[in-house]
Design a protein around this ligand. Structure first.
Ligand SMILES: *[C@@H]1O[C@H](CO)[C@@H](O)[C@H](O)[C@H]1NC(C)=O
Ligand SMILES: *[C@@H]1O[C@H](CO)[C@@H](O)[C@H](O)[C@H]1NC(C)=O
Length: 288
């Protein structure tokens, strides 16, 4: 009798513990010219507020290696993510910061068998990048206006930045040379286009975070798939063909209420993954 009762209590406690530990694992992907050390504080904040969350902080392609071509990084980091997905059939969440947010999105598209539930993109150049402030982080002497000469070449396409450099004045060269962004955005159709859409449509939620004081992502609306047109006016996501033609599933996600665009002012590029108030307000509520 006594033992049965104790077993019942134990079963109850285990069930209860099971519920309270019910947060899905979270995978973090760092930005350019940095590594997992940059994402530690975000991971710690998640563990503090959601105890027992298993955090996987990807340390692949740190530092200068983060300049390696996008497809190479996507393949290796994608295999790492798929290993984690298999360990957690209940699903995982994925957070990518800056370049890591763009790579993470392309990984979801390239590995449509993933089981990522919520994807959070923190100020990532989802529609590309065209601006000196970003360029100068890596290439101090290069000017945005002439960078196309380097990036839109065979050699330039060996760098991640070249892969998503989107010069609004040189769109013909962009389509001719870029081996990454026009493909993963289904602007150029390929054998993989249907996978690229399927991989995003699988998500339960896609949260795109960015803001006007970012200072690095140019235009900042690229974090929401907005982008410059040929006269440097920024066209918002809803008016761009990638959305209106539902090229990669963004419109479907939006119609279903699964796409959330978050605009936060007064946050510079190096604070998105660090500022606690932001993490608590815009990230944690989406991690269940
Ligand atoms: C695209 O498709 C080709 C041929 O089917 C395949 O070899 C390649 O790995 C695919 N790439 C991606 C990123 O899915
Ligand atoms: C860019 O968009 C603006 C605003 O919609 C428009 O006035 C302008 O003509 C467009 N420029 C080009 C080159 O399409």
């Amino acid at each position: 009798m006594g033992i049965t009762f104790q077993l019942c209590v134990l079963a109850f406690l285990l069930t209860f513990a099971g519920y309270s530990a019910g947060f899905k694992p979270v995978v973090l992907l760092h930005g350019i010219l940095s590594g997992s050390e940059n994402m530690v504080s975000l991971g710690q904040e998640i563990e503090r507020e959601h105890p027992d969350t298993k955090v996987y902080n990807c340390d692949k392609f740190s530092g200068w290696n983060s300049l390696e071509s996008a497809w190479r990084q996507i393949k290796e980091i994608g295999e790492y993510l798929m290993t984690i997905c298999k360990l957690h059939p209940e699903g995982v969440h994925l957070i990518g910061y800056s370049q890591g947010g763009l790579l993470a999105r392309a990984i979801l598209q390239s590995f449509p068998d993933h089981n990522v539930k919520t994807f959070i993109s923190l100020s990532a150049p989802q529609a590309g990048q065209y601006g000196t402030s970003f360029l100068h982080l890596i290439f101090p002497d290069l000017m945005a206006k002439t960078a196309f000469e380097l990036f839109y070449s065979r050699v330039g396409q060996h760098t991640s930045v070249g892969n998503y450099w989107n010069d609004p004045y040189k769109q013909e060269l962009y389509y001719e040379y870029s081996t990454f962004l026009p493909y993963v955005n289904n602007e150029i159709m390929s054998a993989n286009s249907s996978n690229f859409k399927e991989g995003l449509l699988k998500l339960k939620r896609m949260i795109l975070v960015g803001g006007p004081n970012d200072g690095v992502i140019t235009p900042w609306q690229s974090s929401h798939f907005g982008y410059f047109n040929g006269s440097l006016d920024v066209i918002p996501l809803e008016e761009r063909p990638i959305f209106t033609t539902d090229a990669i599933g963004l419109k479907t996600l939006s119609d279903d209420g699964r796409l959330v665009l978050v605009t936060v002012p007064h946050v510079n590029h190096f604070q998105w993954h660090r500022r606690k108030s932001l993490i608590r307000k815009y990230i944690l509520p989406h991690l269940d």
